[in-house]
Design a binder for this molecule. Structure first.
Ligand code: AGP
Length: 608
């Protein structure tokens, strides 16, 4: 996600801002910029690329004079990485400069209204709408203008605003995206995260949603949306830099597991409007969709596992044949596809070489390519006919968690959208799916609240040599992901099997003490899974069952059970994956492995 810093005090602001942005680089970004009031007006320097580009542009900040300013590292969401899409975004007259972390969900309709009133936009960003709205509502009081704007924008935001008419103050606000205030002596700061200000102060305010701060070098005032003062308690930060970069978590993977409710909500919300699924971002027409006779899904690793879930989900809701393939196999098997085929390409990084090659092969064969990608402007996104972005934010840990969950969320959105458009689901089903989708983030939160139970189970099994994950239908797809998560970060050998396959060979491997993780969330297959649990236990296995809260009968079959909240069958993978991620994380942690950077692995596999 983006990084925000702001400074007002006695020294030159630009070098302080650049140093603060440097401390936020770990969050991932594709462009950076600063805005400083130089006595005559607001000077802006910004550029695509690494922070060094901005340092070179400003000669380490020495070319921009002034003691108050804001800075930003951008993780692109709306608008590909470019100089003009970088922040700070500026209003028409140059009076307002804005930095933003989050997503303004209704920016398109606000932008259209402002264009009709003669406002000229220069960027593709949602953030520019905030700068232009501030100018539109400004009547001499920034706080009033800010409140007017906040009453109109929808979505998540942390905003830092500089106004040339009030060069002694920075106005900032947050809703859903974090923002802190750093309290110094004769100087004050705003930042997205603690690392940016730890070199200056450890005393902070943590802003709550809809709290607006007016920051001056010798005063900090916080207001609510009714312009009433809000008393804030000073928090003294004890973390060191390393802990601060992980938000206090021991590993990025832990942080990213815990970010999943927000990541899924950020991915779903902008695509639900008035109870309908909307995909403003794709050009695929209903006629084209009706022309497809087959769907192919290509991806690697965990993204491939999302594809396996997607096959079940899409065939159930859209009733079109779906094939799913690992990208490295797809391209060599002379796949039978053409203009009547929709090829879904799933990739967190958007740079995976095998997946990119499969995309190019699909295009060569004439298929329509739609990618589901987390990195805006990545190669796979740029080369696909259409792209739906997951709003997971930067994922640092090699083992994917929040990107995987947001990819699943897009699969559900897409299946509802296509199923409805093709008339394959009823209005009742449609509305029910929407309700289930909106409930997912809170259900994920509920599972995370019981993470200690998973930690306890991990403590019993972190020394095992082999682990088998078994399941049927969607639970088989979850077995694949559970097994990979454990393997890639704990180095424990594990395998995933369609539970019905055990009797065709694998069961010979089960012996006394073998751990079998049995995914049994699909109610209609529970009895079958109960039989599978019986047959492995009869051969000495220890069974850890994962099922929904209402299926207590599992306790007759499994030695240990982790319950997840109930949901519609096709969305249970979004819930079942959470204990599997946590199990892998805690086992690996207890084994003392390098969780964020497992041996032999890279976050993005750009070689074939
Ligand atoms: C998943 O935890 C792994 N890091 C790996 O399997 C990953 O999913 C795979 O390399 C695909 O990466 P992508 O989503 O960036 O294309």
């Amino acid at each position: 996600m983006c990084g925000i810093v702001g400074y007002t005090g006695e020294v030159q602001a630009a070098p302080v801002l650049l140093k603060g942005l440097e401390k936020l680089e770990y969050r991932g970004y594709d462009s950076a910029g600063i805005a400083v009031y130089d006595g005559a007006g607001i000077r802006v320097a910004k550029a695509k690329g690494r922070l060094q580009v901005l340092r070179d542009l400003t000669q380490d900040g020495s070319l921009i004079h002034g003691t108050i300013g804001i800075g930003h590292t951008r993780w692109a969401t709306h608008g590909a990485p470019s100089d003009v899409n970088s922040h700070p975004q500026v209003s028409d007259s140059g009076k307002f400069a804005v930095v933003h972390n989050g997503i303004i969900e209704n920016y398109l309709e606000l932008k259209e209204k402002l264009i009709k009133k003669g406002v000229t936009f220069v960027s593709e960003t949602d953030t520019e709408v905030v700068a232009q709205l501030l100018e539109y509502y400004y009547k001499g009081d920034i706080l009033d203008a800010m409140i007017q704007v906040l009453r109109r924008v929808e979505g998540s935001y942390a905003l830092g605003v500089l106004c040339a008419d009030a060069p002694d103050q920075i106005v900032a606000v947050r809703k859903d995206s974090p923002l802190i205030v750093g309290l110094g002596q004769g100087e004050n700061f705003i930042a997205s995260d603690v690392p940016a200000i730890l070199n200056h102060t450890r005393d902070i305010y943590r802003l709550n949603d809809n709290e607006i701060v007016v920051l001056k070098k010798d005063s900090v005032q916080v207001f609510n949306m009714d312009k009433e003062p809000v008393e804030k308690k000073v928090t003294h930060v004890e973390w060191d830099i390393s802990a601060a970069e992980k938000g206090g978590y021991e590993h990025f993977m832990a942080k990213e597991i815990m970010e999943q409710p927000k990541a899924v909500r950020d991915t779903i919300s902008p695509r639900l409007r008035g109870g309908r699924v909307v995909f403003d971002e794709i050009s695929l027409t209903p006629e084209q969709i009706r022309s497809f006779s087959k769907i192919f899904i290509v991806a690697c690793g965990s993204a491939y596992h999302v594809g396996v879930v997607a096959k079940y989900v899409l065939e159930q809701t859209v009733r079109i044949p779906v094939e799913v393939d690992v990208a490295s196999e797809f391209r060599y098997r002379s796949p039978i596809l053409g203009p009547d085929t929709l090829v879904l390409v799933i990739s967190q990084s958007g740079e995976t070489a095998d997946t990119l090659a499969a995309l190019r092969e699909a295009k060569r064969l004439g298929a329509y390519t739609l990618s589901i990608v987390n990195v805006v402007g990545s190669t796979i996104a740029n080369e696909s006919d259409d792209v739906i972005y997951t709003w997971a934010g930067p994922e640092i840990a090699v083992a994917t968690t929040k990107a995987y969950s947001t990819q699943l969320a897009v699969v559900y959105l897409l299946s509802i959208y296509l199923g409805d458009l093709l008339g394959r689901i009823s209005l009742e089903e449609y509305n029910s799916y929407i309700g289930e989708l909106e409930a997912l983030p809170d259900k994920i939160t509920k599972i995370l609240e019981h993470k200690d139970n998973i930690q306890y189970l991990a403590s019993k099994f972190f020394n095992v040599r082999d682990v088998f994950f078994i399941g049927r239908n969607l639970d088989y797809a979850m077995s694949l992901e559970g097994s990979l998560k454990l393997k890639e970060i704990s180095y424990i050998h594990s395998d995933a099997y369609a539970a019905g396959e055990l009797k065709h060979g694998t069961i010979s491997l089960i012996e006394d003490g073998t751990l079998v993780v049995a995914l049994a969330t699909q109610k209609r297959l529970f009895e079958k899974m109960a039989s599978n649990m019986k047959e492995v236990k009869a051969r000495g296995a220890v069974v850890l069952g994962v099922t929904t809260e209402d299926q207590k009968q599992i306790e007759k079959e499994a030695d240990y059970v982790f319950y997840i909240p109930d949901a519609c069958p096709m969305m249970l993978p979004s819930l079942a994956v959470i204990p599997l991620q946590l199990f892998a994380y805690y086992v690996s942690s207890m084994k003392g492995c390098d969780i964020d950077k497992p041996r032999n692995l890279a976050k993005s596999v750009t070689v074939e």
